[in-house]
Every structure is written in structure tokens, then in C-alpha cells.
Design a protein around this ligand. Structure first.
Ligand code: ADP
Ligand code: MG
Length: 217
């Protein structure tokens, strides 16, 4: 789905080749500062390679309009912004930005249930805890219903048990809907349990790429 060809980004990344497969859960792991976020940002076309190219579904990303691209590929950043207003407002913000129809309360409540956020839609978003805000931001992204989700440490603020529940929900949902996830996580257990492919990044290079047979079998 994504194919890197001789990609460099400044002196941050050097990726002669890297493939990300459609309808798979791909997890990027590696130490802080190794370039994981930079990779996701390139996949979202927030930044472009300073050398080489990235092919998305057979087309050079440079030839694809950034706004159009982000309708297909949405990104949850490492520290998503939750703004003042209700939980409903915060859930709807992405759809509003894309000038799309807003979901019914039933659909919004279903999403809250999926991200295990037992809150009222009218409730204030700013008073939520860090972990709750993270789940709200995840719900917001899921509502976009895009083909590809780029998730930058989506469960970093969650306790182990909640993290497992959330990532399990996420991966099941995405499998069922035949979508694609590229995520970053620091939790090895999560990477091993839920990924189809694990890509290890170190100092801007791909150290290893391995299919997770345990999961595929
Ligand atoms: N726009 C940029 N220009 C130059 N260097 C950057 C830029 N963005 C990030 N970096 C640097 O690239 C390295 C990798 O950053 P990042 O991708 O955020 O790592 P990770 O997500 O793996 O922790 C860091 O050393 C960071 O300071
Ligand atoms: Mg990062």
C-alpha cells in the first residue's frame, strides 16, 4: 500500500526500502528519537521526503493532493489536541473540518463505548484525564472511517489493562472493516500480540522487518 523508494528525510531518516501492506496491522517500534513519528508524518503527507519517493497505491505521494490524501489516511498524533467544549464537539471536529455529515448521538455513543469512555456527550472534554483524552481523540479518528489509520502511541497514557482492551477493539474493528493500521507503540507485548508486521527503527534506519507468524497462524 505504501512503498518507500530510497527515502531520506534530512539527516533523520534513511530508508532505502520499506513496504507497508494493505489491510494489515503494522507496528513501528524503536527507541525515542529514532524517527517513528517522522515516518508517520510522511505517510500522512504532513512532510515530504527530502530525497526519494513514497508510492501510495501505485501513485507517487507527490502527485496526490494533501487534503485528498488525508481523507483516506488519517493520523492520530502523539499528543492530540482536545479543545474546550463538549465531548460531542470534540468527537465531531474531524468530520466538521472535512465538511461531512455529523453522526447521530447513537453513533457517537457507540464510539464512546468502543473506546471505553463512559461519559455523556454533553460533558466537558477539557476536564477529562490524560488517558480519557487519548481515548476521546481515538474515537474522533475512528469516526472519520478512513482506509488507513496512522496512530502515534495511541495508548501511551493508558494503564496496561485498558491499553490491551483498546488495542484489541481497534485491531478487531479494523480487521473486520478491512482497513489498515500503522501504529507506534512502546509496549512490546502489544506489538507482539496485535501486529501482523513489526518494523524496528533505530537511528532513522530500518533495523528489522518481521511478519508476526504467531498472529497470522
Ligand atoms: N522537521 C524536522 N527537522 C529536523 N529534525 C527533525 C524534524 N522532526 C523531528 N526531527 C528529529 O528527528 C529525530 C526523530 O524524531 P521522531 O520521528 O519524533 O522520533 P520518534 O518518534 O521515534 O521518537 C529526532 O532527533 C528529532 O529531533
Ligand atoms: Mg514519536
Amino acid at each position: 500500500m505504501f512503498e518507500f523508494i530510497d527515502v531520506k528525510y534530512k539527516d533523520v531518516l534513511d530508508l532505502p526500502t520499506l513496504d507497508i501492506e494493505q489491510e494489515k496491522i503494522t507496528t513501528l517500534v524503536g527507541p525515542s528519537g529514532s524517527g517513528k513519528t517522522t515516518i508517520l508524518r510522511m505517510l500522512n503527507k504532513l512532510i515530504s521526503p527530502t530525497q526519494g519517493r513514497i508510492i501510495f497505491n501505485g501513485k507517487d505521494l507527490r502527485q496526490i493532493n494533501s487534503v485528498d490524501h488525508r481523507r483516506h489516511v488519517s493520523m492520530l498524533s502523539q499528543s492530540p489536541s482536545i479543545f474546550e467544549g463538549s465531548i460531542r464537539d470534540n468527537l465531531n471536529v474531524g468530520l466538521r473540518f472535512q465538511e461531512r455529515e455529523l453522526p447521530s448521538d447513537e453513533a457517537l455513543n457507540h464510539i464512546l463505548e468502543q473506546v471505553k469512555l463512559n461519559k455523556l456527550l454533553e460533558g466537558s472534554a477539557t476536564t477529562l484525564s490524560g488517558g480519557e483524552k487519548q481515548r476521546l481523540a481515538l474515537g474522533r479518528i475512528l469516526l472519520l472511517n478512513s482506509e488507513v489509520y496512522l496512530l502515534d502511541e495511541p495508548s501511551s497514557a493508558l494503564d496496561d489493562e485498558t491499553e490491551d482492551i483498546i488495542i484489541q477493539m481497534l485491531t478487531e474493528r479494523v480487521k473486520k472493516e478491512k482497513k489498515t493500521i500503522v501504529m507506534v507503540t512502546h509496549t512490546k507485548a502489544i506489538a507482539d500480540k496485535y501486529s501482523d508486521t513489526i518494523i524496528e527503527i533505530s537511528k532513522g534506519r530500518c533495523l528489522s522487518w518481521r511478519g508476526n507468524n504467531e498472529r497470522n497462524n
